[in-house]
Design a binder for this molecule. Structure first.
Ligand code: CA
Length: 728
């Protein structure tokens, strides 16, 4: 019977593995979760359970079995890419020699702590198993502060390869190797040829793309190999990769325009070699940060990285005497050899030196590295003594030497530009310096799956059609209901009255037609409500709250948590907002659990407003969550406000984020927030105030809780900046 079925399956084209497995192997095509469960119960080595093409909703899969090396047990899609797992779904794998392939997780989220777990439960782990050719895209929990892993690797000898993971927005590592029991240590996992696509800033710690280990088990050996992966726009937080165990290898990975660094955070004896870091000139793009004992960083390539501080191209941290597991061990016995740095902003020694982190790197060697730049820029920075480091045979061209350190030879180095854009010392110089030939640059097509689009799929403002509307009642909400993502709703001159709240669940622009100055009034406490994947641009409009309902918590634009979750954006261009009376009527209010990628205001006017213009202080906890990555205000006027122009809060002492960042330029504050700061910037990491006027407006108040925020003010009239230092 089995033989017959197998032959039948092969005839039907379902028997991809039929030639390589036991003659009695069975393939079971299943169409329902119950059929799947029944099939799993009777799996024998060499068998396959095949999910029928289609959408599987609210499907929690438990795939367990005992295959053999010669006859693994397979769970696969009938057609790779045509089996979509959606809704509240996940996959748990337990047993031996199991292979999963061809699945797509999207339009849903895991109700548990993982989307794909290499364990059935705390006891039944996966060994010698593999997940391949699988996609997880935007499979985010509705609450961005709720934590999960998309992939949790437990057990030993597992492989996660040729998968595509993109768009994680909620808290938690994208892929975690967990060492929480002896069965999961010395695991020899292999993580290779995956495409790690864009992960935007999380706005707190917990936005790592890969973490290997955790601090409580960081003295254990993991022996995981992470190789030939492509990281594109992995900017969740300061750690793209957080290594927290020993004996791991990171090689031939490519990091493209990813903000953050590969961080050897805990654990000893790790190897980082032949990786390529391409920053493309993007802010906060980093390289490798070294902590602990016996780390080797060799033959890597770094180009166009703009990171500084903890995300410089190379960072050797300062350590803590008798460090607790979760703090910083001293850098000892590091070998930093034959790396090539081209046009990077910073290389730091003794980073993080403070009253706690007092131990400078020691017993370590930097040798044979090449630093290419232009204009003899000061790239090297020492925050602590470097006498514990040996520098030998490093060459620099166009980069200023590290003051007080021998072992850097300045000379003109012949350069060769490869077809892929990398710039290397030419072959003669490479030979003289003992550098290897450039490692082949992995392309993104060599990673992930062939059948799913790679890269950022966000729809840009103004990329769609133009829908013209005439004045009248509820014309805007009617147009919004018909619009598609990226569309522009263009208002003719005249008066618009909204009785309905305008629901915005996709990027939309509302703008004045040429020469028109349309006036919009509204009856309720909100005009625009952004939910899910909503983003809003207003251009050339006049908005008045004169007719709005008088209620506490009014806001012209409200951002509410919704599904599918997304980071939002608001842009106000040449727009006027006035007559927001009553109590604390805000222009924009981001509720808790919402996160703005950016809010920009340019050439706009705000007058006679009882509340804040931008109320982005919904996150009040101490975990470091905050409400907006960047706020940019230029050429705008704020007059007669009851609340601050901006209220933005990032609580706690976490050091994992680059933001929030606030820039205000060429703007005027008149009669703003009597008795309060004109902007409340609590825990904000970057503040730049340039050429503004403060008149009957108190300075912006920045409260510092941790670190060294980048704060500056230039050319302002009136007191612009007040700094309250609450660092311990
Ligand atoms: Ca982190």
């Amino acid at each position: 019977m089995r033989n017959l079925r197998s032959n039948l399956a092969a005839l039907l084209g379902l028997g991809a593995l039929a030639g390589s497995v036991h003659a009695y192997a069975t393939e079971r095509l299943v169409r329902t979760p119950d059929a799947f469960k029944a099939a799993v119960r009777v799996l024998a080595p060499g068998d396959a359970v095949v999910l029928a093409d289609g959408v599987w909703r609210d499907f929690e899969m438990v795939f367990v079995g005992e295959g053999t090396a010669a006859q693994p047990i397979t769970l696969r899609a009938q057609t790779p890419g045509k089996v979509v797992i959606s809704g509240k779904s996940n996959l748990r794998i337990g047993g031996r020699h199991l292979v999963v392939s061809g699945l797509t997780f999207k339009d849903g989220f895991s109700p548990s702590s993982e989307v794909i777990a290499f364990r059935q439960d705390g006891k039944a782990l996966a060994f010698d198993s593999r997940v391949t050719d699988t996609v997880i895209d935007g499979f985010n929990k509705p609450d961005r502060g709720a934590e999960d892993y998309w992939v949790g690797l437990y057990g030993q000898n597992n492989r996660f390869d040729h998968n595509h993971l993109q768009g994680k927005l909620n808290k938690g590592v994208t892929l975690a190797v967990v060492l929480n029991s002896a069965e999961s240590q010395q695991n020899h996992h292999r993580i290779d040829h995956n495409y790690f696509g864009p992960r935007p800033p999380l706005g707190s710690n917990g936005g790592e793309t890969i973490r290997v280990g955790t601090s409580p088990f960081s003295r254990a050996q993991s022996l995981t190999v992470v190789e030939d992966n492509y990281f594109e726009g992995c900017s969740g937080e300061v750690e793209i990769v957080s290594n927290k165990s020993g004996g791991n290898i990171y090689r031939r990975n490519v990091f493209v325009r990813s903000q953050g660094a590969l961080v050897l955070r805990h654990g000893d004896g790790n190897l980082v070699e032949d990786n390529v870091f391409l920053g493309g000139g993007l802010a906060h793009t980093g390289g490798v940060r070294v902590i602990n004992t016996g780390q080797t960083v060799r033959d890597n390539y770094f180009q166009g990285l703009r990171g500084d501080g903890f995300t410089a191209a190379l960072v050797l941290m300062n350590g803590v005497p008798n460090s607790p597991l979760n703090r910083y061990d001293q850098v000892l016995d590091a070998r930093i050899e034959k790396n090539v740095f081209v046009d990077v902003s910073a290389v730091l020694f003794g980073a993080g030196a403070d009253q706690e982190r007092t131990l400078a790197p020691a017993r370590s060697m930097l040798s044979g590295n090449v630093f290419l730049g232009s204009g003899d820029k000061a790239v090297f920075k020492a925050m602590a003594p470097v006498d514990g480091l040996t520098f030998a045979g490093n060459v620099i061209d166009g980069v200023a030497p590290l003051a007080g350190a021998p072992g850097f030879e300045a000379r003109v180095i012949g350069r060769e530009t490869l077809p892929d854009g990398r710039i290397y010392p030419d072959a003669a110089v490479r030979e003289a310096l003992g550098l290897k030939a450039p490692v082949k640059l992995l392309t993104r097509e060599e990673t992930g799956v062939a059948w799913y689009p790679k890269g950022d799929q966000t729809v840009a403002f103004d990329s769609g059609r133009i829908l013209k509307v005439r004045p009248g009642r509820d014309q805007l909400s009617a147009a919004a209901a018909k619009a598609g993502a990226g569309d522009i709703i263009e208002l003719a001159a005249g008066d618009y009255v909204q009785g309905q709240v305008i629901e915005v669940g996709q990027p939309l622009t509302f703008r004045a037609g040429t020469g028109a100055e349309p006036l919009v009034t509204f009856d309720h406490m909100t005009l625009f409500n952004l939910v899910g994947q909503g983003a809003l641009k207003l251009q050339g409009l006049r908005l008045s709250g004169a007719k709005a309902q008088d209620a506490i918590g009014n806001a012209v634009i409200r951002v509410s948590p919704g599904y599918p979750p997304s980071n939002y954006a608001v842009e106000l261009v040449d727009t006027e907002v006035s007559h927001l009376g009553g109590q604390a009527f805000a222009v924009l209010m981001g509720e808790k659990s919402t996160f703005a990628d950016h809010v920009t205001i340019s050439g706009s006017r705000f007058a006679d407003i009882s509340g804040a213009v931008l109320d982005l202080a919904g996150e009040t906890g101490g975990s470091g969550l905050y409400g907006a990555e960047t706020v940019d205000i230029t050429g705008s006027l704020f007059a007669r406000l009851g609340g601050p122009v901006l209220d933005l809060q990032r609580g706690g002492t976490d050091e994992s984020t680059f933001g929030p960042s606030v820039r205000v330029k060429d703007s005027a504050f008149h009669d703003v927030a009597p008795g309060q700061p004109s902007m409340r910037l609590d825990g904000v990491q970057v503040v730049k105030l340039d050429s503004n006027l403060f008149e009957r407006a108190a300075p912006a108040r920045v409260t510092i809780h941790v670190g060294t925020p980048d704060l500056s003010e230039t050319g302002n009239t009136g007191a612009a900046l007040e700094i309250v230092d609450q660092r311990k």
